[in-house]
Write a protein that binds this ligand. Structure first.
Ligand SMILES: [Zn+2]
Length: 153
């Protein structure tokens, strides 16, 4: 009688997102601020701003020693969504330092001290996206944020 092939066991694992992902999805559905933050991270204005910010700040602002891969909100999105697209609230981070920042936030510690030696480059709206671009932070920085409904308090 033939035995089961070795892959039969793993083939029976349920398909789809793992348990942690399903838990997160459920928590997000119950937490408007989390749902808003997730939608924000996928939004065009954020992707544009993030790319522009990384282009000007290629090195991690925390360790000053690695390529920045991500952009961190110093004041977290969930705490102050009005600063979601605030240039002065952004910091470039490498993957490792971003994990450190997230650990700080879970422990309710501020992440700003990690960026004490980071010099944020300033930029005018015109230089950022061209005069007709969507990101004109000099005149009306909240103009893009208003495209998102503020999360329910
Ligand atoms: Zn770093």
């Amino acid at each position: 009688m033939p035995t089961q092939p070795p892959y039969a066991q793993s083939a029976r694992k349920p398909a789809g997102p793992n348990l942690a992902q399903r838990r997160y999805d459920r928590r997000r559905a119950d937490t408007p601020a989390l749902a808003w933050a997730a939608a924000f991270r996928g939004s065009f204005p954020w992707k544009q701003l993030r790319a522009a910010f990384l282009a000007l700040h290629p090195i991690c602002g925390a360790c000053l020693n690695a390529l920045a891969r991500q952009v961190h909100h110093v004041v977290p999105l969930e705490k102050d969504p009005s600063r979601a697209l605030d240039w002065d609230n952004l910091a470039p981070v490498c993957t490792r330092c971003h994990a450190d920042c997230n650990r700080d936030e879970r422990a309710d510690r501020e992440t700003a001290p990690r960026f004490a030696n980071f010099k944020r480059r300033s930029i005018s709206g015109d230089r950022l996206m061209g005069s007709r671009g969507p990101l004109q932070r000099t005149s009306r920085p909240c103009h893009i944020a208003s495209a998102f409904a503020a999360p329910p308090a």
